[in-house]
Design a protein around this ligand. Sequence first.
Ligand code: HEC
Length: 121
Amino acid sequence: MFPDFASAPACVSCHNQHIQSQKKDWELNDVMGATTWTYPKDSLTTDEVIEIVKVFRESAEKTYEDYLKEVQNFKRTEIPLIGEKWPEDGYFLPTKEIWSQQMNQLTAPYFVQSLMAYNEK
Ligand code: HEC
């Protein structure tokens, strides 16, 4: 079981503003709850680790794909332009392909770091 910290300003602001929230004085780094994570084995093979990273990447990409669909239904604001212009300043979003590439590049060091730390145990 792990403590679930208010690690980002968004945790605090949403929880303090949400109508269903029973506590409105959360601060950054407060323990907001507890998280449990279970996996049926105490260690993983290299193939299993690769499979987990692959599933993570696919699910993150699917989430962004769904977001791009949702953006097409924006009513209160203009629909952002998807593609060519990103990452220029302005109301632009990257394509799914570019987004995935960026996400993979940004998350790769963390996967490697975690694997190395695990290996040193
Ligand atoms: C956009 C709003 C929003 C953001 C951002 C958000 N939460 Fe929440 N959170 C909620 C709502 C709404 C619930 C209640 C959901 C439910 O019970 O079905 C909830 C539930 C929780 C719970 C479970 C509380 C309980 O009593 O069961 C914890 C713990 C929690 N959030 C922690 C966090 C943390 C940590 C972050 C940031 C990393 C975060 N939340 C970001 C809206 C948000």
